[in-house]
Design a protein around this ligand. Structure first.
Ligand code: ATP
Ligand code: MG
Ligand code: MG
Ligand code: MG
Length: 593
């Protein structure tokens, strides 16, 4: 493609609508244009990126035995009424765009496709001999998000790869799920992204188990908790998902004590006069409950809070009483003097620890280990504690270093917990936190939809059984932007080669120089012929503008037919490292191929 002929417009200024770097860069570099709230056009460069990602997804899904298809986006309400999701999706959650057609029938624009695929399976799958099956599509999804933002990250119209599997039993479904897990790891590795698979909440999709694939980036809307050894990793959402019956549970120390979590934190915020965003930094809440006797609450206080503030002291005492446990105060600003003052206070409410008075947002090893030791005084062995605890109820282990505090981070259902259960991390390991962008999500659905919609098959014994399902999503358009969020510099985007719209751009510094033009044209033709997808910047612009643009759009290699042409050489610049190499004309193709 010749840039002189392409609809290619770059912007020098950041667009007002964009908050995060990837969004700014994609608009500035001419990859996307906003059409309405959460509605974007994918321009030619972006479409190539999306095609590349889709192709990687397709290859790995096919290799894992899945079959590509395309399902309708217009979905009759009857299907959603059968599964029981119509009201939730159109009213309670309001995530589904619903409309009335000219025949007065209700239809929805597909936010997801469990209902459609289950009705197909109900009609087509009769016998165990047809199992397992796994179907996928790559398609635009519609979701009327409450807060569309960050460009393609949270659109109201976006591209998703969604797959749905059908197995004869739970064991078969788990095998398929594992295959999808492996396929997802391969896909993300191939796209060149740094990612982490974490335990996740199944949300409105439902089912028993699920994992998310998180691309680690500061702008991520999700928060991930993980241990250093990597054995435990979960989305905070998962951790805060209280089982629905927790309130009525006979042994619910957490709820019986009535408050921890949101309400307490709200109180603390109110008292400390900090906004929920400040809570992010200023208030840390840590709760560890053992068999209903001990609670530990950590309240993180700003360094500038007055030690002699009686109201504050009283409030903290009240907090401690309320939990019947210990309240640990630590200072966000590790100012030695302030620490000493607090330590000297020996408040009646409990334990003041200047030792852990550092920023928990990124606890250093030493501080973290002190913290763990402190917790250990209360609960010696978290694992034994959980497995040996009252079988009838729930225990709450809280840890939250992140933004928007909601509820304790880990909720362990001891009725289900087994020794070595991943739900509880190794207590000698410190919980770390990171921001993540949810790129993929895989679910063990079980029989939720097949039972509701009566999708059954006949097993070897002639019995009618519900199909056991899984579903697996990847946000293709979100991934494209996440790649940028993970890889850019002050000059623009740095696309990983695997998903870059083009591999190389040949820049003619001066289009009035016939030698430069002919050398460039030749390279352009040869490179494309050799399979190196190449752009030609033959615009009648200053060289500086062209260099800037090539950096902004993030093409991995730039070839310049400039000064050294007289020695039969061109300059090859690698976008990521900016390393410059002079290559003889006939060496360009073999080097870049
Ligand atoms: P989120 O928590 O970010 O709202 P989700 O859990 O609702 O995502 P899923 O139903 O699990 O999303 O859908 C599968 C994938 O589709 C997600 O992992 C994500 O990559 C992508 N996705 C979901 N919603 C959007 C959106 N509004 N814009 C772009 N991609 C999205
Ligand atoms: Mg969502
Ligand atoms: Mg989610
Ligand atoms: Mg999800």
């Amino acid at each position: 493609m010749r840039l002189s002929q392409m609809l290619f417009v770059t912007l020098r200024e950041d667009p007002a609508e964009a908050e995060i770097p990837s969004h700014k860069l994609l608009v500035r570099a001419g990859y996307i244009r906003r059409i309405g709230s959460g509605i974007y056009s994918y321009l030619p460069l972006m479409w190539r990126v999306l095609q590349k990602i889709s192709q990687i997804v397709r290859e790995e899904m096919n290799a894992a035995g899945a079959q590509e298809c395309l399902l309708p986006q217009l979905q009759p309400s009857e299907l959603w009424k059968e599964s029981g999701r119509w009201d939730t999706y159109t009213k309670a959650e309001g995530i589904m765009f619903a409309l009335i057609d000219r025949q007065d029938r209700e239809v929805g624009l597909g936010p997801t496709h469990e209902e459609v695929i289950t009705t197909i399976a109900r009609d087509m799958i009769r016998s165990y001999r047809q199992l397992p099956q796994n179907l996928y599509q790559i398609q635009t999804k519609f979701r009327d998000e409450i807060r569309p933002r960050f460009g393609l990250m949270r659109g109201r119209e976006f591209i998703m790869k969604d797959a749905y599997s059908f197995d004869a039993d739970e064991a078969g479904m788990k095998v398929t799920y594992q295959k999808m897990h492996t396929a997802y790891c391969k896909i993300l590795t191939r796209t060149g992204l740094k990612f982490r698979a974490v335990d996740a909440d199944s949300g409105a999709i439902g089912g028993s188990g699920s994992q998310e694939f998180m691309v680690l980036a500061e702008a991520g809307e999700d928060e991930v908790l993980y241990t250093e050894d990597g054995k435990y990793a979960a989305n905070v959402e998962k951790a805060i998902a209280l089982p629905p019956d927790v309130v009525t549970s006979p042994f619910s120390s957490y709820e019986k004590r009535e408050t921890p979590g949101t309400e307490t934190i709200e109180k603390v915020c109110k008292f400390l006069k900090c906004s929920p965003t400040n809570v992010v930094k200023n208030v840390l809440y840590q709760a560890v409950f053992d068999s209903g006797i001990t609670a530990l609450v950590l309240v993180h206080i700003r360094g500038d809070q007055d030690v002699n503030d009686v109201k504050l002291q009283n409030e903290l005492t009240k907090l401690a009483d309320q939990f019947g446990g210990k309240t640990v105060i630590s200072l966000t600003v590790p100012d030695a003097e302030a620490q000493q003052k607090w330590a000297a206070k020996s408040l009646p409410l409990g334990y003041i620890s200047p030792a852990i008075a550092d920023d928990y947002i990124k606890p250093s090893k030493e501080i973290a280990s002190k913290f763990v030791r402190f917790v250990d005084q209360t609960v010696t062995d978290l694992e034994n504690f959980v497995t040996g605890a009252d079988e009838s109820g729930y225990h709450v282990v809280g840890a939250n270093w992140g933004k928007e505090f909601q509820k304790p981070a880990l909720v362990v259902d001891v009725r289900k917990a087994k020794a070595g259960d991943r739900a509880v991390h190794d207590p000698s390991q410190t919980l770390q936190t990171a921001r993540g962008i949810e790129i993929g999500h895989i679910f063990q659905l079980g029989t939720k939809y097949s039972q509701a919609m009566n999708a059954t098959y006949t097993n070897e014994q002639g019995e009618e059984m519900p199909l056991v399902m899984g579903c697996y999503g990847i946000g293709v358009s979100r991934l494209a932007q996440a790649a940028v969020e993970q890889s850019y510099d002050k000059d623009g985007i740095i696309f990983p080669v695997a998903i870059a719209p083009y591999h190389a751009v040949v820049v003619i510094p001066n289009v009035n120089d016939a030698d430069q033009v002919s050398a460039a044209e030749k390279l352009y033709a040869e490179l494309n012929q050799a399979g190196v997808e190449t752009l030609l910047d033959d615009r009648n612009e200053r060289a500086g503008v062209k260099f800037k643009d090539s950096e902004l759009i993030g093409i991995p290699y730039r070839i310049v037919t400039g000064k050294s042409l007289k020695d039969g050489k061109v300059e090859v610049v690698q976008r990521a490292t900016k390393a410059v190499q002079e290559l003889a004309l006939d060496q360009v193709v073999p080097t870049l191929k």
